[in-house]
Design a protein around this ligand. Structure first.
Ligand code: ADP
Ligand code: MG
Length: 348
């Protein structure tokens, strides 16, 4: 069995952990100058009608350029923002709490990892402090000092910071970027979560250590059967690392499916553009960090997004209807879809 057929046969049988249905987030724009007097509040349509499914033991990549709404999707999934519309379900049950006991229970199960491990760790505290705190908050520190010590050692081993005594009493500035991100991951694991939402977890790291951190996340997926959302602006790394890939453009999902299919046979003109401007996917260690310089044109304003398909002003295949009608998802093959009128079988 090839790796890709193993991936696709797993998709039908793997348990759904977290689902988003029609997630939408509009932020009010802060008023400036004379606008203050106006009663109209303009809105940034940051995320519009995003649906996705995270499964046990699988990595789903959410790919898109800067400003396409990826972090907002992650924060909505983590319940850090109230949503404008849509639903989030954990094991099939709608989740609503954004504070209190139910929120704590939710955030134990759904943990986030951020882009910048330096910002997410407190510089005045050691690794021991960060991990102990996470274990205590989630009632996993055990009853004795020895239990706690074992739990700490276990967490460091999980993220391959061994021997533990070399790292446990270090401060963040005494560690490398990759080691700090491993500590941030260990802290998330302290909650014993089912879902990790990893928002550009390697894009701040040196190229040479990115692969190690991605391989660690893959190892966690396999050993702990975590459902992982991997957010990235780099579609080449999605092919390498994710089972499924969803592509976002200007707040909307434009294509999704098995990573191999989406990256090897991209259907949406935007995905094609992303792939054409990405470096060789087999040289993941060398991928570019710049999010600029991708194809022609600029991403649109999300305050007044283009009508119809939001990609139409940049699209090389633009048709009349693209300017007025929002394309729904069209199925291309098993599990592979694109929100693009090119795939409408009853073309008008
Ligand atoms: N708290 C906020 N208030 C207002 N606008 C926001 C806020 N967070 C994000 N945005 C806007 O929403 C859009 C999507 O942002 P974001 O989700 O951070 O994109 P990405 O992570 O893909 O770079 C951007 O236009 C951004 O300026
Ligand atoms: Mg972001």
């Amino acid at each position: 069995m090839t790796a890709s057929s193993m991936k696709s046969s797993a998709s039908a049988t793997t348990e759904v952990v977290l689902e988003a249905d029609g997630l939408t987030k509009h932020f009010p724009v802060r008023k400036r100058g004379r606008e203050v007097l106006s009663r109209v509040t303009r809105m940034v349509q940051a995320v519009d009608d995003v649906s996705l499914t995270l499964r046990r033991g699988r990595v789903t990549a959410l790919v898109g350029e800067s400003g396409s709404g990826k972090s907002t999707v992650a924060r909505l999934l983590a319940q850090l923002y109230p949503r404008t519309a849509g639903e989030v379900k954990l094991h099939g049950k709608p989740v609503t709490a954004t504070s209190g006991k139910r929120f704590r229970a939710y955030s134990r199960q759904v943990q986030m990892i951020f882009q910048d491990p330096f910002a997410s760790l407190n510089p005045v505290h050691t690794v021991r402090y960060h991990l102990t705190r996470a274990l205590k908050i989630h009632n996993r520190a055990g009853a004795s000092k020895e239990d706690l010590e074992n739990a700490l050692t276990g967490l460091l081993a999980r993220v391959q910071l061994t021997p533990p005594e070399r790292y446990i009493d270090k401060f963040p500035h005494e560690l490398s970027g990759g080691q700090r991100q491993r500590v941030a991951i260990a802290r998330a694991l302290g909650a014993d979560p089912e879902v990790l939402l990893a928002d550009e977890p390697v894009s701040m790291l040196d190229v040479s250590i990115r692969l190690g951190v991605l391989n660690l996340l893959r190892d966690l997926k396999e050993r702990l059967h975590l459902a992982i959302l991997y957010i990235t602006h780099d579609i080449a790394s999605a092919r390498y690392f994710a089972d499924e890939t969803m592509v976002m453009y200007a707040g909307r999902v434009v294509e999704g499916g098995d990573s191999e299919t989406v990256t090897q046979q991209p259907a949406h003109p935007y995905t094609q553009l992303l792939i054409d401007s990405a470096p060789d996917p087999d040289q993941i260690a060398g991928y570019r960090t710049s999010e600029k310089d991708r194809g022609s044109g600029e991403p649109p304003s999300l305050i007044n997004p283009p009508s119809g398909c939001r990609f139409h002003p940049r699209c090389p295949h633009v048709m009349e209807r693209c300017k007025t009608d929002l394309p729904p998802r069209f199925d291309i093959s098993d599990g592979h879809f694109a929100a693009c009128w090119l795939y409408d079988k009853e073309k008008a």
